[in-house]
Design a protein around this ligand. Structure first.
Ligand code: F6R
Length: 369
């Protein structure tokens, strides 16, 4: 059942290139246009949308945080992302021009279901991004874009997350396409880049042995911090969540720019800090800022574990450990940068003797509020 792997999680990590390709399959035509027939919300309704609200929990919430960057950039429509468990209790502002996107692997998460019910009662249109055919969340939504990750058995979400990201990018690009955007050329280029992203994920997986080795060497640590900027910030949150749930370690993700506003006080000698570095090509200002963040924490004793694009030489002098990921457009980087963090958490859990597929106190599908 585990296809020769010790754990479902390892199998599911390895399945990610295929899961990503399957989620793209049939959704982009030969001319590079998106053909999301499943999004049954008519184009004229999508053109009127004046706000996108994403609701989700846990890892799916992190996919939503990344989606916000893509949606706002490519469509110029304001996008909010909210934890489903908080959403309806604060009387959110919703109407017929709000598009609510509910992201859920299982399609049964009660918090997310309650949030979408609340949204529909207020007249909003709901689009579900879901991995489980015929589950409750898609059944109760106006439309559904299925992720084709295949069944995910391990409690910790891996391939579902990557395919949620792909689905979010498709929604963002589709909204841009339907509504017209000044980024039409960029959108065409990104659609082309998406077509090769499965291969990029594959290449990451081929280079994971040093990450496993590093993880094993940190098995005795109590705390690991994660830093990122822009879309690397939710990747940092996701890396920290994986480590908490699998390795039962104290792990925290921060926006690197927030360091100086408090978290830098946590840095002490030999504290492992994972830093997700944005591409030096795209938003180079961010890249330079994060490189100085790495210098700052290293000067205070941190052991820096740097996830950076191939060819990014600026980080080399400050990286105690360097994890390379393939070159991608900035917005797509989470698809490659998350993978080493999954492997890292899985290996640390194993090294600490934890049950990888069934972490303590957790359930795969959370059907209570
Ligand atoms: C973390 C994890 C959880 C789920 C969350 C939402 O690895 O698996 O945080 O992401 O419980 O579940 P779904 O996506 O089924 O709504």
């Amino acid at each position: 059942e585990k296809g020769g792997y010790d754990y479902f999680m390892l199998k599911e990590i390895a399945e990610q290139p295929k899961a990503v390709a399957d989620t793209l399959l049939g959704r982009i035509d030969g001319a590079g246009s998106l053909t999301l027939d499943e999004v049954r919300i008519p184009a004229n309704v999508l053109r009127e949308v004046d706000k996108v609200v994403i609701v989700a929990c846990g890892t799916a919430f992190h996919a939503g945080l990344i989606a916000k960057y893509a949606i706002e950039h490519w469509t110029r429509v304001p996008c909010e992302v909210e934890l489903a468990s908080e959403f309806r209790y604060r009387d959110p502002i919703l109407d017929q021009q709000t598009l609510v996107v509910a992201i859920s692997q299982s399609g049964e998460t009660m918090d997310t279901l309650m949030a979408l019910r609340h949204a529909r009662e207020q007249g909003a249109k709901v689009l579900a991004i879901c991995n489980t055919n015929g589950s409750t969340i898609p059944r109760e939504s106006d439309a559904v874009l299925y992720t084709h990750a295949g069944p995910e058995v391990a409690v910790a979400s891996t391939k579902a997350f990557l395919t949620q990201l792909v689905a979010c990018y498709l929604v963002a690009l589709y909204l841009g396409q339907v509504r017209g955007t000044k980024y039409a050329d960029e959108i065409r280029a990104v659609v082309r880049d998406l077509a090769s992203i499965s291969g990029a994920v594959e290449r990451v997986l081929e280079t994971m042995e040093p990450v496993r080795e590093l993880a094993r060497s940190l098995a005795g640590k109590n705390t690991v911090l994660f830093l990122g900027r822009h879309v690397g910030y939710p990747v940092a949150l996701e890396g920290a969540l994986k480590l908490k749930e699998l390795a039962y370690m104290h792990a925290e993700g921060f926006a690197a720019g927030e360091l100086k506003h408090g978290p830098i006080a946590l840095i002490e000698d030999d504290l492992p800090v994972v830093v997700v570095v944005p591409s030096p090509r795209g938003r180079s200002v961010l890249h330079d800022k994060i490189v100085s963040n790495i210098q700052e924490i290293r000067a205070r004793g941190a052991r820096t574990i740097v996830v950076a694009e191939e060819g990014d030489d600026a980080v080399v002098p400050y990286a105690d450990h360097l994890i390379r990921v393939p070159v991608t457009p900035t917005l797509l980087q989470p698809l490659v940068a998350t993978v080493p963090l999954q492997v890292f958490a899985c290996e640390l859990a194993t090294a600490r003797g934890n049950e990888v597929d069934q972490p303590r106190n957790l359930a795969k599908s959370v059907t209570v509020e």
